[in-house]
Write a protein that binds this ligand. Structure first.
Ligand SMILES: CC(C)(COP(=O)(O)OP(=O)(O)OC[C@H]1O[C@@H](n2cnc3c(N)ncnc32)[C@H](O)[C@@H]1OP(=O)(O)O)[C@@H](O)C(=O)NCCC(=O)NCCS
Length: 321
């Protein structure tokens, strides 16, 4: 192999690289290929490097910031198959590190720590491990089959008792936005977000552009501030939520973001999630992303995976430093 030359990303590199690389090996690679783009100094900060072999692009690498998770920068490297195991990946990663160092010195980036995402058992996972990245998080795409959980019975089993606990909420709801934001913060302590403004939560998970078109919540039993003698006038607090991103095709599992009030203690959190999941996955399969850090969701879904009533479609690891 002749000596490679390295240069910044240029328009048209995506097509030239696609020809050499072929199809991406995983959904993660597809996502990262989309991040290969010209350098930018802000929103996000980004540097992209291309390696050429006799004028033909054969490898590329990108490093970029994210406002949501500011403690690390995303990094991705891809090398054409016939150029692998010759140190090109390691060279590109060292160049990304130098770009990050320079950006911190120039006040453009806030950190030099990197993270990446790979499928377990792949060349990418071995490479990241060899480069000193440690597993930060495992994430699995899980499909929960219909009827995997028995339907809950609320209170005396009446419709009234059920409607006091289960409610459809508009995705614009202030109460929903609040619990979704606090839940996301809580399950990302391993890659902290800092407090999320309601507008950010709306933009990420709830507004029309996210594809969210409905939410269902499980509420606590309504309780009156004046004790049992006085009928409660306000609904109980949200205990668990499910936001639906489904396209309405009954043959395709609906995509759901399932979460819980982070202040719920002990068994209460998985119990609330179990009831809500039983309802939404009663007749149709539901697809959700299960992060190991989402302990309450894992407590509900892991036994279903073990029993075969939920299946893992795809697994990724976030590795970082
Ligand atoms: C991961 C990838 C970029 C590695 O590129 P590369 O040019 O082959 O990497 P290098 O030659 O610099 O390898 C550096 C070290 O990583 C480790 N490594 C790389 N590929 C490996 C593999 N397939 N199996 C085991 N170890 C591997 C080795 O320790 C290697 O050192 P060595 O060759 O001296 O043993 C390449 O396989 C690729 O493009 N994969 C698809 C995209 C991807 O998964 N990227 C990972 C996200 S950063």
């Amino acid at each position: 192999m002749a000596e490679l030359t390295y240069r910044p990303w240029r328009d048209g590199d995506d097509l030239a690289l696609l020809e050499i690389w072929g199809d991406p090996a995983s959904p993660t690679d597809t996502q990262f290929r989309g991040a290969l783009a010209p350098a930018a100094d802000a929103n996000p900060w980004r540097r992209t490097i291309v390696a050429e072999d006799q004028g033909i692009p054969v490898a590329a690498a990108v490093v970029y910031s994210t406002a949501l998770h500011p403690q690390r920068l995303w990094a991705y490297v891809e090398v054409a198959r016939d150029h692998r195991r010759a140190g090109v990946g390691a060279t590109l990663l060292a160049m990304l590190r130098a770009e990050a160092d320079a950006a911190v010195a120039a006040g453009l980036a806030g950190t030099t720590a990197l993270r990446t995402k790979v499928a377990p058992g792949t060349a990418g996972a071995a490479f990241a491990g060899a480069c000193g990245f440690k597993a930060l998080q495992r994430s699995r795409l899980v499909v929960v089959g219909p009827g995997a959980l028995t339907l809950p019975v609320f209170g005396d089993g009446s419709e009234e008792a059920a409607t006091a606990r289960i409610q459809d909420l508009a995705t614009g709801s202030v109460e929903l936005t609040d619990v979704v934001g606090r839940y996301y913060e809580a399950v990302h302590a391993w890659d902290p977000t800092g407090p999320l403004a309601p507008g950010t939560v709306q933009r990420l998970f709830l507004d029309d552009l996210t594809g969210a078109h409905g939410a269902i919540v499980l509420r606590a039993e309504p309780a009156s501030a004046f004790g049992q003698a006085v009928a409660p006038s306000r609904p109980g607090r949200i205990q668990a939520f499910a936001i639906s991103y489904s396209q309405g095709d009954p043959d395709v599992p609906s995509e759901v973001f399932l979460g819980v009030e982070p202040a719920l203690a002990g068994e209460d959190a998985p119990a609330a999630l179990r009831d809500l999941l039983a309802l939404i996955a009663h007749q149709h399969p539901v697809r959700l992303e299960l992060d190991d850090s989402a302990a309450a969701v894992a407590a509900v879904v892991e036994p279903l995976i073990a029993a075969g009533t939920a299946t893992v479609r795809h697994e990724t690891l976030v590795l970082g430093e």
